[in-house]
Ligand binder design. Structure first.
Ligand code: 6GU
Length: 261
């Protein structure tokens, strides 16, 4: 769907290489991903390596040379699947726990690319020749092991989709996201003003926009310092930010406080 004034831009095209296409029944039909597709900002297609096999059993995996547990995905069906959709503009990405960690910066980088090919690994892994001869990069969504790359492909596509201009109703809400500034989000509240005895911080009713902005910044700084100190190391902090953290956390540390309030 488009409205007058909508920018006409070449969409981000994504091909997902998967032996479980049914995994994707549903997740791309909701929220920003659906809107981005409807607006022509994003195109998602599935390619099944099984369709590129030639044996009667349509075999996509085989035993590992040298022995050991688990099956390995054969190279040829994956090569043929990728080569059936690849162009000189494609970026070929293997999804596996061995990859580089996907984060918000990766999402911003991927949204600029005209064509992504996401290969979902399964079983014990994919034949090493896929890694050495076919792909441009290898990506993981975190330090845990999934049964396959399919769930990771959903995560990556959704993170990209909501960054495409027009996919999210309120552009401001993307600009003020967690991580947009390298910090976690401040808490948010809506009605009722009191819920089961818990009230909303007074400053949010003050009508003082500067005071609200300062409170939100400070809450974001505190949440990040307490829960994700690794992010704080990389964030750009003003002298005021540093002074606030020093003052607040210094006191907290000397109180031996463990809680979040
Ligand atoms: Cl991209 N694939 C699999 N199989 N497991 C993962 C992953 C990807 N990222 C984290 N764990």
């Amino acid at each position: 769907m488009s409205a007058p004034g909508d920018a006409v831009k070449t969409p981000v095209k994504v091909h997902i290489v998967t032996i479980f296409p049914e995994f994707f029944n549903g997740p791309f039909d909701c929220g920003p991903t659906r809107i981005a597709r409807e607006k022509g900002l994003l195109e998602i297609n599935l390619v099944n390596p099984r369709d590129f096999t030639t044996d009667a059993h349509r075999t996509v995996d085989d035993y590992p040379f040298g022995g050991g547990a688990g099956m390995v995905m054969k190279p040829e069906p994956i090569f043929l699947a990728v080569e059936s959709v690849r162009t000189p503009a494609s970026r070929v990405i293997l999804l596996s726990p061995q990859g580089e960690r996907f984060n918000q910066d990766t999402a911003h980088r991927f949204k600029q690319l005209p064509h992504l090919i996401l290969i979902c690994g399964r079983y014990k892994g994919v034949d090493e020749r896929v890694r050495t001869m076919l792909i441009d990069e290898e990506v993981s969504i975190g330090d845990y092991v999934l049964a396959g790359g399919e769930a990771a492909a959903v995560v990556i596509v959704e993170a990209i989709a909501r960054l495409l201009p027009g996919a999210v109703g309120d552009e401001d809400s993307v600009a003020t996201d967690s991580f947009a500034q390298g910090l976690l989000d401040a808490p948010v509240y809506t009605r009722p003003r009191e819920f089961r005895g818990a009230t909303v911080p007074e400053v949010l009713f003050s009508g003082n926009h500067a005071a609200v902005a300062t409170w939100r910044r400070q809450q974001a700084l505190l949440a990040t310092a307490r829960r994700r100190p690794d992010l704080l190391q990389k964030a750009t902090l003003t002298p005021l930010d540093r002074e606030f953290l020093q003052k607040t956390l210094g006191k907290e540390a000397s109180n031996g406080s463990q809680n979040e309030k």
